[in-house]
Design a protein around this ligand. Sequence first.
Ligand SMILES: Nc1ncnc2c1ncn2[C@@H]1O[C@H](COP(=O)(O)OP(=O)(O)OP(=O)(O)O)[C@@H](O)[C@H]1O
Ligand SMILES: [Mg+2]
Length: 244
Amino acid sequence: MIKIRGLTKTYHMGKVTVPALREVDMDIPKGQFVAIMGPSGSGKSTLMNLLGCLDRPTSGEYYLDGEDVSKKSDNELAEIRNKCIGFIFQSYNLLSRADATSNVEMPLIYRGVPPRERRAMATKALESVGLGKRIQHRPNEMSGGEQQRVAIARAIVGGPKVILADEPTGNLDSRSGEEIMVIFQELHEQGITIILVTHDPDIARHSERVISLKDGKIISDEMVQDRLDARECLAAMPEPDVSA
Ligand SMILES: Nc1ncnc2c1ncn2[C@@H]1O[C@H](COP(=O)(O)OP(=O)(O)OP(=O)(O)O)[C@@H](O)[C@H]1O
Ligand SMILES: [Mg+2]
């Protein structure tokens, strides 16, 4: 699904050059659930932005589903992003004035899906993340976990091949984070390729494979031996204290 060779990204800040990624090679088969770890500044977000076609490498090759993405025009990249990739950020990145349905519909508008069909697809995506009762809520009328679930619905509404999530549980309490991991586990069971950045080793243990970066290079790449089941983890957590 994903093949990168010699992927390099260097940022230029006036006279200073910052090597954020250095000749990274990586192969991720279709359907794999991968966690990316590494200290702050190790290049995780830089890698995700390149994988998500939000940015271009300084050098190197990137093949997504067999296509050489490094040679595409900006318009072609925008189309690949819209059709193949679902991106989820730590800070949700929702439109604050728009309700949940409108936020989820956004990628379908760019794709020219007619309004009624769009609305039906958005409702279905919101139901699939457990937000059937929140479709008219705006972001400030929802908890962080609910907002992140809206962001996931927006990422999956167009049927992406790859989900890229940069610290999706970073702003959430452990229970809301685990609820997000249940959704990722379901998406993985549906065969979607998932790449997730996390600082949390317990979150990484929900994936099949952990790739660690340091100073823009891969320093380890291991299959997870003792995977955690998100549904079991969630069930073992204490119920939220509603009286508080
Ligand atoms: N737009 C940019 N311009 C200049 N330098 C950048 C830019 N984005 C990132 N960098 C630099 O590139 C390096 C890698 O940054 P990156 O954001 O990929 O790290 P990260 O692993 O995601 O860190 P964190 O865990 O803090 O999110 C850092 O040294 C950072 O300062
Ligand atoms: Mg980052």
